[in-house]
Write a protein that binds this ligand. Structure first.
Ligand code: GRF
Length: 204
């Protein structure tokens, strides 16, 4: 007997390259037969990633967050997402800190990808941080989202070699290439029960 497909709600605010990689993994990669894209949602109706999702025939939804209070906006988003009955809420460049009310609504089922080791760097501009500090490597991190900023249990990490990456664009190119495979693989492991979360221990 086939298990039902895990339903993914993918949330984005920008170009959506991770969303596209996940959609491709669902179509013909590691997520094929495991997951389906229930909806691609954005807090910015003009996000390029929404158009890209629609062009693939994926269901899309949006609600502008501009000028909205965090909690009341998030509660509306929860209602919208629930219509699509997601098993996982997958953040893919979703440029919002989630309110506790949102996190509780999908507790333990919200996943994020961060372009650095979340032990070392939290929040925005992780590639800039790696480049400005001339790091020889960075560690892409996929983690469960809790109520803190990039503090949730880690599901998977992969090192990106940055030796010889002389421009920010090259740092990002190398990092995104890893993001695009690691995210789908980790979700596949989560769905099949092979990914075991580990709690981060913060330096600061
Ligand atoms: C990625 O670097 C991701 O790790 C971070 O935001 C960026 C989104 O890029 N959370 P894209 O929209 O998926 O191309």
């Amino acid at each position: 007997m086939h298990k039902p497909l895990a339903r993914l709600a993918i949330l984005l605010s920008g170009r959506g390259s991770n969303m596209l990689a996940l959609a491709e993994a669902v179509r013909a990669g590691v997520l094929h037969g495991l997951a389906e894209v229930a909806v691609v949602f954005s807090n910015d109706p003009a996000a390029l990633g929404l158009d890209a999702a629609a062009a693939l025939g994926l269901p899309t939804a949006s609600l502008p967050s501009k000028g909205r209070k965090r909690e009341s906006f998030d509660l509306e988003v929860v209602d919208i997402l629930r219509e699509y009955r997601p098993n996982y809420v997958v953040l893919a460049g979703y440029m919002r800190v989630l309110s506790p009310a949102f996190v509780r609504a999908f507790a333990g089922r919200i996943i994020n990808i961060h372009p650095a080791d979340t032990h070392q760097h939290q929040g925005l501009h992780a590639y800039e941080w790696a480049f400005d500090n001339r790091l020889s490597e960075t560690k892409i991190t996929v983690h469960l989202v809790d109520e803190g900023l990039d503090t949730g249990p880690i599901l998977a990490q992969e090192v990106v070699n940055l030796i010889g990456a002389d421009t920010l664009a090259e740092v990002q190119r190398r990092g995104l290439a890893v993001e695009h495979t690691l995210y789908a693989e980790t979700l596949a492991n989560l769905i099949t029960g092979a990914a075991i979360p580990t709690l981060p221990t913060h330096n600061s």
